[in-house]
Design a protein around this ligand. Structure first.
Ligand code: ADP
Ligand code: MG
Length: 571
């Protein structure tokens, strides 16, 4: 299986006499055994992309085929870890195989007994990996049989916890770790239709451009518009069990900042540090480009593994643009024919191999377990041009497209969501969820809010004297923008806002509109007092309210104040 290098060109190495290596196989290159992957096979030669710094490599040096594709190790101990693109713990540059600790012992509690029939995906036991997440130890896909032995106790992730007599009659030992090739999606029983929202607890998103569990979304905007802040907010606030965050081509300082804040931030659900439900993949701008391409697949495979346990998982890639640029750079080094803007022809299909792995599924194994995988990515189109290839390819793959505007961000109007360019196809998907949880008012209010914002855009350009009704529309639209959509990412009382409270806050603002509108219909002489009632100040700080009763109190006060404002004025 030993070959030798004939040529080195940056991250690309050409080797010959590398018998037995298939396309996509991992190879070890040079004396230092750098990790590479076979990307092309031609006439006795293998073209290899090397995921590490190739300085020091030269012709004649050995290349060894591993005989397996690029894979990740999946087992207890993933949560809270920070890995590089090849799943090597960032803290210590170890072999990928030691991504899962070899020495740490876990308390394994069996979920099956001798004589039970199990198949790929069946849960054979659990490990309390963190206080909030029970790690379900599953039979690897493709294996089935009868349990011959299973034991309770403390084991490392690589020790045998269960023995099966497989359908083929052989004995097979099962450990708590399984390997899976990163470029292949993990099998599921079937995909199902998404039906519940993924609450980001960001009002501008949940109410106007929602996301679903099992869906796909992109946040698009120029540098500095707040994409990373928004995605980090989603790491913190979204109602999912596990988050895999891929810092892909990000600045080292950004990942460092995330690493610093995650252990301090607490999960709103259980008060545990957020790091305990997070896996971080870091491929910062200063790391080798070739590995960047692999990083998103490493991340999404780990995410699928937790989905298979029956969890709601989010995988976040920041940024897809940096990732595509790495793809372009590698394609250029491989002398492939470039397409639009120099990107390779397979840009869209590679992107689909990331986003396409999102979905709601019925998990393999014991019927009835469902899991979801939601995929999010950041895109920064050069020059803000949304027609460039990466943005276009992304737009075809996601169903929620959040555009952030540079001017709004400069004006510090956060989150800087451009309401004209953003869209979500999920409100229809969520109709029965909304109707069941908040009644039909929710979608009606959403439409009314959007209509008022549209009216505002027209009215601000109007030069004549505005009618009292039009002025009311402007006042209400301003409340929707400033009191509802504006949301601080850094104020703890405001940064995570539950769906129920968002719905109540928006209906309170629209209730103000209705009360005033009714009053105006009575032909009152002076509408000004209506625009200055004291409860408006309360509404502007109402996002910090945590008890729904307080909203009801404001509504009652508002009724009295509107009454007083028109008192004696009726014609
Ligand atoms: P991008 O990822 O789009 O380049 P960032 O998310 O890094 O931009 O945001 C740049 C800066 O803008 C942040 O460091 C922060 O100061 C500010 N910012 C972005 N979003 C918000 C927000 N929601 N609230 C307050 N400040 C924000
Ligand atoms: Mg960013």
């Amino acid at each position: 299986m030993n070959g030798k290098i004939v040529k080195v060109s940056g991250p690309i190495v050409v080797a010959e006499e590398l018998d037995g290596a298939g396309l996509g196989d991992v190879v070890r290159v040079g004396e230092e055994k750098l990790i590479g992957e076979v990307v092309k096979l031609t006439a006795g030669r293998a073209v290899i992309q090397v995921f590490e710094d190739t300085r020091g490599l030269g012709p004649g040096m050995p290349v060894t085929a591993i005989g397996a594709p690029l894979s990740v190790a999946l087992g207890p101990g993933l949560l809270g870890n920070v890995y590089d693109a090849l799943q090597r713990p960032l803290a210590k540059k170890q072999d990928p195989v030691t991504a899962i600790s070899q020495t740490r012992e876990w308390e394994f509690v069996p979920a099956v007994a001798v004589g039970d029939v199990v198949t790929g995906g069946s849960i054979i036991g659990t490990v309390a990996e963190t206080p909030a997440i029970a790690h379900k130890v599953m039979v690897p896909p493709g294996i089935s049989g009868v349990v011959e032995a299973v034991r309770y106790g403390f084991f490392t992730a690589r020790q045998t916890v269960c023995k099966l007599k497989t359908d083929g009659g052989q004995s097979r030992e099962i450990t708590m770790t399984q390997e899976w090739p990163v470029r292949v999606s993990r099998p599921v029983l079937r995909k199902t239709a998404p039906a519940t929202p993924l609450c980001t607890r960001q009002r501008g998103i949940d109410t106007l451009f929602p996301l679903v569990k099992g869906g796909a979304a992109a946040v698009v905007g120029p540098s500095g518009s707040g994409k990373s802040v928004l995605l980090r907010k989603i790491v913190q606030c979204a109602d999912v069990d596990v988050v895999v965050y891929i810092g892909c081509g990000a600045r080292g300082s950004e990942v460092a900042q995330l690493l610093q804040t995650l252990p301090e931030l607490l999960d709103s659900k259980n008060g545990e540090p957020l790091i305990k439900r997070t896996v971080l993949i870091s491929n910062t701008a200063d790391m080798p480009t070739a590995a960047r391409e692999a990083s998103v697949y490493t991340g999404v495979t780990i995410a699928e593994y937790f989905r298979d346990m029956g969890y709601d998982v989010a995988v976040i890639a920041d940024s897809i643009t940096r990732w595509s640029e790495a793809l372009r750079e590698m394609s250029d080094k491989l002398s492939e024919t470039p397409c639009e803007d120099g990107y390779p022809a397979y840009l869209a299909s590679r992107l689909a191999q990331f986003y396409g792995r999102a979905g709601c599924v019925q998990c393999l194994g014991d019927g009835g377990r469902t899991g979801t995988l939601t995929a999010l990515g950041a895109v920064s189109p050069p020059g803000g041009d949304l027609s460039e290839p990466v943005t276009q390819a992304t737009a075809r793959m996601v169903k929620a497209f959040w555009v952030l505007d540079g001017f709004l961000a400069t004006a510090r109007k956060y989150p800087a969501i451009d309401r004209e360019k953003s869209w979500s196809m999920y409100p229809d998907t969520l109709k029965s969820w909304y109707d069941g949880n908040f009644g039909p008012e929710f979608l009606a209010n959403r439409d009314r809010a959007s209509a008022l914002l549209r009216d505002e855009r027209e009215l601000v350009n109007f030069t004549g004297t505005l009618s009292a009704q039009s002025r009311l529309k402007l006042e209400t639209a301003k409340m929707i923008r400033e009191d509802f959509l504006r949301q601080s990412a850094f104020d703890d009382r405001d940064s995570c806002h539950a769906y129920e409270h968002q719905a109540t806050l928006l209906s309170l603002i629209l209730y103000y509109f209705d009360l005033c509108n009714d009053a105006l219909e009575k032909d009152i002489l002076d509408p000004e007092p209506l625009f200055n009632i004291p409860t408006r100040t309360q509404i502007s700080s109402a996002k910090a309210i945590t008890e729904l009763e307080r909203y009801r109190q404001i509504a009652r006060d508002m009724e009295l104040q509107v009454e007083a404002a028109i008192g004696g004025q009726e014609a």
